[in-house]
Design a protein around this ligand. Structure first.
Ligand code: ADP
Ligand code: MG
Length: 565
């Protein structure tokens, strides 16, 4: 520490670049400080440092981090503690980012992230700081205060076990053990989702992912016919609704909570924190929300199961476009999803192309099949399940034609689920659907594309450019990538990961391996070596959180430059 003070005193008042002198490692009394990267000026992206405190001082019991799901939950916990504590010290006078002390801030999900590392040897927190300046001059004394006073204080308050709310951490461990147990049960039974009684599904607002907390909130309650009870390792068994394999419809009047239920299922691919309301809403990891996304680019996707005979003889076995329509984009999203390994598709009428979802009797009579390139989803959804084992959960308030193809129909009635499967089947029998089934004998082939290196060029001028901006944009080489079609992408740190994963992919595509093989390879490596390998930097890797393979595939597929064999 004295060494750091000496340097900071020496460079006080000098040009900002002098801060580079503090790069390195410092031993404090109770922890190690690594200054991995020093920003070039007070306005540039902040400096990256790490504090590492040995387990001899932290003293975390090993059962907190031995199993991966517990370790992730613990790291997330520590991250939240720091996100809160750093706020108190952050800021202060000076130019640009002077005085900033921050760690990555998690949302409602518990994700694997790089911000905190806990292992047998140490606890490490990855922090960004804005080294203090006046104009572009080093404020050495302020820096000393920040790094040699505030930082040790933060470490003392935020890491040793004596300072932590161990009861709350134990509770978190119980929560994630239970979540894990339910996920195992889903896998074992082949279920898609579980929604526990008492879950709070609606969110505070369209821009807030926190639970709605008004008096009028209706907690979830499973109808008896769809309910099951799952044993969990901690506490009483949980009763709730199972969404089974096959085709499930969510119907009901407008504003009765259909989309809210589907969105909760969508997000159930992640574990949520306690009091989120969705902590016991769990969905298999391979469930993919699919929407229409007009304007997106498509690169040689076989959308022929859904679209044929396009005007001007345009190929749909290897369909490409710079500007997809509502229906072609939705077909593409489904085929690409299947290609990437999706086992369940989640579709909402609100974000679907109507002509992709339905084509009724009257329209069939008016517009002959030969003149309609689209085979609607209703004629493919069963084949998709029976031939490929891919389930669908569909929100549909407007078309009873789907009663014929559904295995299960739930109705939202004033935010409550009612099992109306039998009723819907009876209605379907009494009102025979006169429409002609257009789906043909089988679903057809999907895509198994092999990306080529020339489509993965991150260079811009003489430099490489790979950058994430917010949640839904990535700049890759000369092009910008719009990810707003990926509705299960939830955290900007995941988006940063996607950007780096694209960069890594650019070094691995070889014209031999298909997309899935490339993804599997990358994830295996992350699994073995940890999330830090995403980073091009040594030491503090930057703030990353793990996205699913499906989102990585989604990002690749939306590259404006993607080129496949
Ligand atoms: P739908 O898709 O059936 O038209 P939404 O899911 O969009 O309906 O829900 C309509 C409104 O009702 C939303 O503002 C949502 O926040 C609210 N809502 C949904 N579920 C509940 C619930 N369980 N309790 C209270 N409000 C809810
Ligand atoms: Mg809706």
């Amino acid at each position: 520490m004295d060494q750091l003070k000496t340097i900071l005193s020496r460079i006080d008042g000098r040009g900002y670049k002098a801060y580079k002198d503090i790069q390195g490692r410092y031993d404090f009394q109770r922890f190690r400080l690594f200054v991995d990267y020093v920003q070039g000026d007070p306005f540039a992206s902040p400096s990256r440092i790490r504090v590492q405190i040995p387990q001899s001082i932290a003293r975390y019991p090993e059962e907190w981090f031995k199993e991966p799901h517990r370790r992730v939950a613990l790291e997330d916990w520590i991250c939240r503690v720091w996100a809160q504590k750093t706020r108190r010290f952050s800021g202060g006078s000076g130019t640009g980012k002077s005085g900033l002390i921050a760690v990555d801030i998690p949302g409602q999900e518990i994700l694997s992230r790089t911000a905190v590392v806990v292992n047998r040897r140490f606890v490490e927190v990855r922090i960004t700081v804005g080294l203090p300046a006046r104009g572009r001059q080093v404020l050495g004394q302020k820096a000393i205060e920040m790094l040699c006073r505030h930082l040790p204080q933060l470490v003392e308050e935020g890491i040793p076990i004596q300072q932590l709310d161990t009861q709350a951490i134990e509770k978190r461990m119980c929560l994630v053990d239970n979540q894990q147990a339910i996920r195992k049960k889903l896998a074992k039974e082949g279920w898609i989702s579980f929604v526990a009684d008492g879950a709070i599904l609606p969110r505070e607002s369209g821009i807030s992912d926190r639970p709605l907390k008004t008096a009028s909130v209706v907690p979830f309650y499973a109808p008896e016919s769809m309910a099951t009870t799952i044993e969990v390792p901690h506490g009483k068994p949980l009763r709730g609704m199972v969404v089974s394999r096959g085709i499930t419809l969510i119907v009901g009047g407008g504003f009765h909570g259909k989309s809210t239920l589907l969105q909760a299922l969508e997000r159930g691919v992640y574990d949520h924190i306690a009091e989120d309301g969705r902590e016991y809403v769990l969905t298999i990891d391979t469930a993919l929300k699919v929407r229409s996304e007009d304007g997106r680019r498509v690169e040689k996707v076989n959308i022929s199961p859904f679209i044929n005979n396009l005007p001007f003889g345009k190929d749909t076995l290897r369909f490409s476009t710079e500007d997809a329509s509502g229906s072609t984009s939705q077909a593409t999203n489904i085929i690409e999803g299947i290609e990437a390994g999706a086992n369940a598709l989640l579709i909402d009428e609100d974000t679907s192309a109507t002509n992709f979802m339905i084509r009724d009797r009257r329209m069939q009579q008016l517009v002959a099949k030969g003149k309609e390139p689209i085979t609607p989803f209703i004629d493919k959804v069963r084949q998709l399940y029976e031939e490929k084992g891919i389930s669908s959960i569909l929100v549909l308030g407007g078309s009873g034609d789907y009663f014929d193809v559904a295995d299960s129909v739930m109705m939202m009635d004033e935010y409550q689920v009612v099992d109306v499967t039998d009723k819907a089947k009876r209605i379907a029998q009494e009102n025979v659907m006169e429409r002609v089934v257009e789906g043909g004998d089988s679903f057809g082939e999907g895509s198994k594309r092999i990306p080529l290196a020339k489509g993965f060029d991150p260079s811009k001028g003489r430099k490489e450019k790979v950058d994430a901006k917010g949640l839904k944009t990535i700049f890759f080489g000369n092009s910008s990538l719009d990810l707003s079609g990926l509705e299960q992408l939830v955290d900007p740190s995941q988006t940063r990961s996607l950007a780096e994963l694209l960069r890594m992919m650019s070094k691995r595509v070889d014209g031999e391996k298909n997309l899935v093989m490339l993804l599997d390879e990358l994830y295996k490596e992350i699994d073995e070596k940890g999330l830090d390998i995403l980073s091009p930097f040594q030491g503090h890797p930057g703030d990353f959180a793990l996205p699913r393979k499906l989102e990585v595939a989604g990002a690749i597929n939306r590259l404006r430059t993607l080129w496949v064999k």
